[in-house]
Design a protein around this ligand. Structure first.
Ligand code: DGY
Length: 321
């Protein structure tokens, strides 16, 4: 006898679906992504559990339509796509997938830093266009050293700390700004020093953002923020696009307010080929792939299923919002 009905707004790995089928009758959306709202509103009506993904929008309307819903499990560390406050009011448990994707996201962040400072993607484009000309000139294709530079980490949670650890062997100085100062033991493990936001902006050669997307961090990075950064500095975002006022970042990059940016996330995803970032030589862009490794995605799927199973059996998910 199945213990309930579960809706998935897109397909998960086969092993995860197999595990779910043992206990629940599941419905997997396979059409347009994200699942169209009207369809979601209809299909969620009789479900006990929901597995959702970053591009869904689990708002009040969806939650109201889900009269039987007891558990939401998101295949992501971010849960800004869920109206958490309202879901909690409705006594719905919510699970998410931190920890398992920390290393993958920190690796991607670091690869973007390396790419941007050493102009790898830019060089790749130059060669593919058949435009590889002079080289070894004093200023031809020159990038920026990492050694000796200051990396400013905004948000020193799991991912921020993992990025800091990767910067140590590169000989970088690490400073951070966080809501709360970290215990000395963690500061010493990450070789990092706490600074005010203004100090961080003034002193960093590279700023990497690792805060969650909330009302408080919405468009935190605007022209005022960017103007406080060094003209020679670089900005990295692998967190959420909404943290940046994109219009301001575009004009800061055009005007030379900062030197460059590497971005894995955008205000509206996916961005198309006509987006201003696509045409800017001092911007490295990636299609939201922070957690996209084979190993990590499998771990995320396992955790998503476990979180759901626990929540549906009335217990706290392993990682509970
Ligand atoms: C997350 O887990 O929130 C990531 O952004 C998805 O790749």
């Amino acid at each position: 006898m199945k213990k309930g009905k579960v809706l998935l707004t897109r397909k998960l790995h086969d092993f995860a679906l197999k595990e779910l089928r043992k206990h629940y009758s599941i419905e997997v959306h396979s059409g347009k992504i994200p699942m169209p709202k009207t369809k979601l509103l209809e299909r969620i009506k009789d479900k006990d559990g929901l597995i959702c993904f970053p591009y869904d929008n689990i708002d009040k309307q969806v939650i109201d339509s889900a009269k039987k819903l007891r558990a939401i499990s998101t295949f992501s560390v971010g849960y800004d796509q869920i109206d958490v406050k309202y879901a909690k009011k409705k006594k719905i448990r919510i699970g998410y997938t931190p920890e398992v994707l920390t290393d993958a996201t920190a690796d991607l962040t670091f690869s973007l830093i390396l790419d941007l400072l050493r102009r790898v993607a830019e060089g790749d484009r130059i060669i593919r266009k058949g435009e590889w000309r002079q080289i070894y000139g004093a200023y031809d294709y020159v990038g920026t050293d990492l050694a000796g530079k200051t990396l400013g980490i905004l948000g020193m949670g799991r991912i921020g700390r993992a990025v800091a650890k990767r910067a140590i062997p590169f000989g970088m100085k690490i400073i951070y700004h966080n809501r709360k100062r970290l215990p000395r033991k963690i500061e010493s493990m990450t070789h990092s020093k706490s600074e005010s936001l203004n100090q961080l902006l003034r002193n960093s050669d590279i700023i990497s953002v690792h805060v969650p997307y909330t009302k408080q961090t919405h468009q935190l990075v605007d022209m005022k923020f960017l103007k406080k950064m060094k003209k020679s500095s670089f900005f990295i975002n692998t967190a959420r696009g909404g943290i940046i006022k994109e219009k301001d970042l575009i004009s800061a990059l055009k005007r030379g307010t900062i030197a460059g940016a590497a971005l894995d996330v955008f205000e509206n995803e996916p961005i198309g080929k006509n987006h201003p970032f696509v045409k800017m030589y001092n911007v490295v862009i990636a299609p939201h792939i922070g957690s996209s490794t084979l190993e990590t995605r499998k771990k995320m799927a396992e955790l998503t299923v476990k979180n759901l199973e626990l929540a549906l059996s009335g217990r706290k998910p392993i990682y509970s919002v």
